[in-house]
Design a binder for this molecule. Sequence first.
Ligand code: SAH
Length: 238
Amino acid sequence: MALLEIAHMGRMTAGPTSGTTKDIQAMLREIAAEVAYTHREIGKDALDARVMAAMAKVPRERFIPEPYRYRAFANGPVPIGHGQTISQPFMVALMTDLLNPRPDSTILEVGSGSGYQAAVLAEIVGHVYSIEIVGALAEAARERLQRLGYDNVTTRHGDGYHGWAEHAPFDGIVVTAAAPYIPPPLVAQLKPGARLVIPVGEPGGVQVLTLVEKAADGAVSSRNLLMVAFVPLTRTPA
Ligand code: SAH
């Protein structure tokens, strides 16, 4: 499918937003260009068409604070308050793609932030559970997702290091903040055959986007994909 068609499809179904077809088309092109640029590291030349269609459909500007909306479709991170950022479109698209999302998947996200990544996932999968450690962001994301009609997303305020045991195991888990090591509770909450996508590394230092896979027999392996820069995974003191 041509990028223009995907973008158009998005415009027809997403309702009125300030993102024009041209803005979205440009964003999709930048994602595709960065995929091409990093194809050796990420191990693919293109992202799944369903992921690109979801990127075209979710009204990204609605997840971005007013003063920064002019940057909604640029391929960079944008501040969302509380020292946090909404990741650049390429990173959101890549992490979504790496989860191999299917219509019947149940996905856990750690780090709801604005709720944007959760919305992109919700366009593709059956249900998204998303945890956010900053109370004000958790509340804002919950309201925003509800307002936009994402009723297949359930949010919670808390420390996502522990996952969400009541709804585990998951078909995929995405962590959108950098952890110093892979949290064992998250690996434990993967179904056989499921994947965990997580930036691993020290805050402010070099981090590596890591793809963890639990095989059908339960064996866990991991692959380092790409150098990245994420805000740190913080912890609630026990
Ligand atoms: N996925 C977000 C981007 C989030 S930035 C979006 O699409 O907008 C990373 C988020 O992770 C921040 O909001 C930060 O507060 C949150 N976070 C950091 N540590 C966390 C933890 N232990 N549990 C849950 N959320 C955490």
